[in-house]
Design a binder for this molecule. Structure first.
Ligand code: G6P
Length: 610
């Protein structure tokens, strides 16, 4: 939610900030703005809409030569998308400018205090109060001390970057609960909400921790805590390349990411899946191996697509590792009274590693003494750092707002976890080896499905006019029905419901008529016949059906209007295959409707507010 970037160095700041904003745009695209120190003044430009609008505005105005600046792309929380509500915000004097990602919970209280002290507000945002608070303290304290004082008064979350006309060779940044990285270049620094905006400049980064404040000048940086005590920080190397964050010839990031899945799954299992031993080796869990052996329960906490991968994991772990699993929406978990103890592992699944609810759930679990684990894609993210142990996806940056490659990578890692825990318990070598050798084939099988993209587009064209869809699957493919429905909702704005096919008779069937098609995930598995009965019931009521079926299943054509075939694999591994046509179907429907696939309306890639 919201992306922030700042630059201080010798190059012109505007192109760097705009390029960075484009990389961060997936975090929100309601409006964008920049503030640049240009000689003795600060130039501020804002625009409602996407970063391209701001870029147009900038190209129409006089060239800005300043080499220090901050910028923001907004996902609106307090106040509608408008120029006034866009960041950067400035104080009454217009000298201090600030960008903010996060939420200030006590902003009304602080605002009334500031109003009483004569401050004038231009926006409806919570963020603007911070800059006025700094201005207020700056009357008596120096700039840095004023920032620290303001931070002490704030309740909530923030990633902040602040510039001040009176101290023009400086950017102050601070973090509490919202991600912030500091890229360290040759006599230049780039700060940003995530690595995608930094990698084109440097692969040397400092991950700021909660409660840390950094002061950047042209050739130096200093990190302090909120009490102004100096903290020494380690410089880490980013493991993302520039190329990974480009579209590489694909029309959209989403398509690139769908097509990358054979590779990202391969990366997830490489060196970890040991086919010969029917085992998995997970280096990130080595230190907690003993605890895993004695676990009584795993609780998976996650949101969105990551929640659905958790549901697949539940089927895996209970059936093959013999361990009870609960999967919880992180947003619900944090407000329940979860029953946890030291023999429970709470496993967070998160692509970004920054989702506020998932992070809060992990913190709650830690408080209650549970072992905390993570399956996280973004290296160095908060969830990755705060969990006791974990496994990285290493799937590279996922830029499309609708998650695709992160999902299949998460499911692959859950499969590895199942092998690891299962083989510690009563999974036999023969079973382990069978699963491992079939898993090793998955990337090649996905390549075959991806080649059907054109065929899936043809089917998408036939269904473009429908406003509602029912997605159905059973057992391992029930979570895939949910994920398929989510994809088409997110990017094509089509109403869709995911349902376990066995539940169809308890409600959804009432919706079925010729205008309400169904998508049945019906591989040749242990529930095949039951799914076929469900399909017949839909057909009998005039409903159209698209079936996702196993190659060689000739029977299926009798029951479906259209069929997309997926290769044969073990029943438990079908979710990794069946989800691909559903990703492509949603993608093609959205493209045919000329929608902005990578940046669907109202959504953000990383939900860092509650
Ligand atoms: C948002 C994104 C989804 C994602 C979910 C969880 O809703 O739009 O694509 O699945 O957050 O994000 P996480 O980064 O924790 O996996």
């Amino acid at each position: 939610m919201c992306g922030i970037i700042g630059y201080i160095g010798k190059q012109k700041a505007v192109p760097i900030l705009i390029e960075g904003l484009k990389r961060l745009e997936y975090r929100g695209y309601d409006s964008a703005g920049v503030s640049i120190i240009d000689g003795k003044k600060i130039i501020n430009l804002k625009s409602v809409g996407k970063v391209a609008e701001l870029e147009n505005k900038l190209s129409d105005s006089k060239e800005i030569l300043g080499t220090i600046g901050i910028a923001h792309t907004r996902w609106a929380t307090h106040g509608k998308p408008s120029d006034q509500n866009s960041h950067p915000h400035c104080d009454c004097s217009g000298k201090i400018h600030l960008v903010h990602n996060g939420i200030i919970e006590n902003y009304l209280e602080l605002k009334s205090y500031l109003l009483k002290n004569g401050h004038k507000f231009k926006s409806e945002t919570d963020s603007e109060i911070i800059v006025h608070l700094i201005e207020e303290f700056n009357k008596k304290l120096d700039f840095k001390e004023a920032v620290l004082e303001a931070l002490k008064k704030i309740r909530g979350t923030y990633g902040l970057a602040i510039i001040n006309q009176d101290e023009p060779e400086k950017i102050i940044v601070a973090r509490l609960g919202s991600p912030l990285l500091l890229g360290v270049g040759e006599k230049e620094f780039v700060i940003a909400s995530d690595a995608s905006a930094i990698i084109r400049h440097t692969d040397q980064v400092i991950y700021l921790e909660d409660g840390e404040v950094a002061e950047l000048s042209l050739d130096n940086y200093e990190v302090n805590n909120i009490k102004n005590k100096k903290i020494s920080k380690k410089i880490s190397k980013l493991d993302w390349s520039m190329e990974q964050a480009r579209k590489s010839g694909f029309p959209h990031f989403m398509m690139k990411e769908i097509f990358e899945q054979p590779e990202t799954i391969q990366i997830a299992i490489s060196g970890r899946l040991v086919v010969a031993d029917g085992m998995a080796k997970l280096g990130g869990l080595r230190d907690v191996a003993e605890k895993l052996r004695h676990l009584e329960k795993i609780v998976i906490v996650s949101c969105g697509t990551s929640y659905y991968s958790g549901l697949v994991g539940e089927y895996f772990l209970e059936e093959y590792a013999g361990i009870p699993v609960e999967v919880e929406y992180a947003s619900e978990f944090r407000y329940r009274k979860p029953l946890l103890n030291e023999r429970t592992a709470v496993l967070a699944i998160s692509q970004s590693g920054e989702t506020a609810d998932t992070l809060a759930a992990i913190r709650e679990a830690k408080n209650k003494g549970a072992l905390t684990l993570g399956i996280v894609n973004t290296v160095g993210s908060t969830i990755a750092r705060e969990t006791d142990a974990g496994i990285y996806n290493h799937a590279g940056p996922e830029i499309g707002v609708a998650s695709t490659k992160a999902f299949t990578s998460q499911v692959s890692i859950l499969l590895l976890l199942t092998l690891l825990v299962g083989r510690q318990r009563d999974m036999t070598f023969v079973m382990g080896k069978r699963i491992a050798s079939e898993m090793a084939k998955i990337p090649k099988l996905i390549e075959k499905i991806i080649k059907k993209s054109v065929e899936i587009k043809r089917i998408a064209k036939k269904y473009i006019q429908y406003k509602d869809f029912l997605y159905m699957g059973r057992k391992y493919n029930f979570p895939i029905a949910l994920e398929g429905a989510l994809k088409i909702k997110e990017i094509a704005y089509v109403h869709a419901e995911g349902y376990p096919s066995g539940e169809m008779k308890h409600g959804p069937i009432a919706l079925i008529d010729k205008d309400f098609p169904s998508i049945f995930i019906v591989p040749k598995d242990s529930v095949y016949e039951k799914n076929i009965s469900g399909m017949q019931e839909i057909k009998a009521r005039g409903g159209k059906i698209i079936a996702i079926a196993t190659v060689g299943d000739k029977e299926i054509k009798k029951h479906a209007d259209d069929v997309i075939y997926i290769p044969k694999t073990l029943e438990m591994l079908t979710p990794l295959l069946s989800v691909i046509p559903l990703q492509l179907f949603a993608y093609h429907i959205a493209v045919l409707k000329k929608l902005d696939v990578d940046k669907p309306r109202n959504l953000a890639k990383s939900v860092t507010v509650e």
